[in-house]
Design a protein around this ligand. Sequence first.
Ligand code: 3PG
Length: 306
Amino acid sequence: MKVLLATQKPFAAKAVEGIVSILQEAGHEVVKLEKYEAQADFVNAVKDVEAIIIRSDKVTEEVMAAAPKLKIVVRAGAGFDNVDLAAATARGVVVMNTPGQNSNAVAELALALMIFMARTQFTPATGSEVQGKRLGVQAYGNVGRLVGQKAKAMGMEICALDPFLTDQQIIDGGAQPVHSVEELYAASDYLSIHIPALPSTIGSINYDLITRMPKGATIINTARKEVIDEEGLMKALEDRPDLKYAADVMPDNYAALQEKFGTRVFATPKKMGAQTAEANVNAGLAAARQIVDFFATGNCKFQVNK
Ligand code: 3PG
């Protein structure tokens, strides 16, 4: 089969080598489209491929329509909001992710952002310590749980909200369960967001929620920019000069936020949570193995459009 590795933000060379060798050893042909400039380049590259490995690359209806032989798309990573699942399902294309494979990298970045903000973005201004502070984790999945456990080791108190877990599962994961998003925000000196971008979550972190946070609180968003109501964030930062916001997913109004709030806001220039050699290798190789297995045995364990 012909497999396209389409990564606008390329994997580390070691990951690419691993992906190519796993696929070639199983008899597949690999073509690469890395660092492409326009979506049209992606559309033009899929004509005769049976499988595609992507990161945050956008697999739209247009991409699928241009790929009549396409059987499977594997998102090497966790979030799959960049794939049009309905279009894939309508065409009988299987979509998978590689859950957990890049979680540690994202968790480490969330903690790094937390300390960076606590230390006033490494300016000489007096900062604060995270020890003894309460961290709220919004969604206690693969990333959230790692953030909670690592933050606990730094002496933080952890509480978590996750509608898909029982209280006991959250407790076993090292956190105190809370039962509403309002309660979570009201309790958190630091709030780490790990929810996916879904119709129900987009814009859900709004003025009302943000301004429930205690004095001096900081929101860390390594999830998706879409979950933030950006106007609400702007107004909350205006009305509450003690609040801070840091993100790995640059808000659309970042320039305005920066101009108004200086070191109270921060965003990475490009999403970099999963951008470690280890995460690239873990997620990339998992994606290649899932494709090999899918064509060899029909294994659809990680399918997300069932
Ligand atoms: C994910 O959903 O896995 C992360 O957001 C990483 O995305 P990336 O592969 O584009 O860095």
